[in-house]
Design a protein around this ligand. Structure first.
Ligand code: FES
Ligand code: FES
Length: 148
């Protein structure tokens, strides 16, 4: 079935999905090639798949693609579309050398950005970013959000 999506300010028309129930994560990664969003648990526990839909943080592993039609979807690729990593959250992450393996970091960054859009700043953001990081980068995330 063919659907239209708006992702990172760009129209993706006639996206061919097998079902409207397909998790958005797999549409992003496997159909559209937007692989910045990661899979971790698939059950809304780890946060690796976090994206922003209409300014709300969402877990794309359980968000049906049919529910995303007509909404503004933002993925990690959309924060600094030119690839310059000049978005304030990315800059804070770089300056504090947050990532280790990096796998969980797109979800951490997107949850942080959603918290900023909700009006949170500094350490307030931490209550919105309770994700899993097996590398244990939590201390550097605490440092980074102080600048936001
Ligand atoms: S993969 Fe979605 S919360 Fe873990
Ligand atoms: S940086 Fe490796 S899982 Fe978080």
């Amino acid at each position: 079935m063919l659907i239209n999506l708006n992702i990172n300010g760009k129209a993706y028309n006639n996206v061919n999905v097998p079902s409207l129930d397909m998790p958005l994560l797999w549409v992003l990664r496997d159909i559209l090639g937007l692989t910045g969003t990661k899979y971790g648990c698939g059950i809304e526990v780890c946060g690796a798949c976090t994206i922003i839909i209409d300014n709300q943080r969402e877990h794309s592993c359980v968000f049906n693609v049919g529910s995303a039609v007509g909404k503004q979807i933002t993925t990690i690729e959309g924060l600094s579309p030119a690839g310059t990593q000049n978005h304030p959250v990315q800059q804070a992450w770089i300056q504090n050398q947050v990532p280790q393996c990096g796998y969980c970091q797109p979800g951490m960054i997107m949850a942080t950005e959603a918290a900023r859009r909700a009006g949170h700043h500094g350490k307030e953001i931490l209550s919105e970013v309770k994700h899993l990081c097996v590398c244990g980068t939590y201390q550097r995330i605490r440092q980074a959000v102080q600048y936001l």
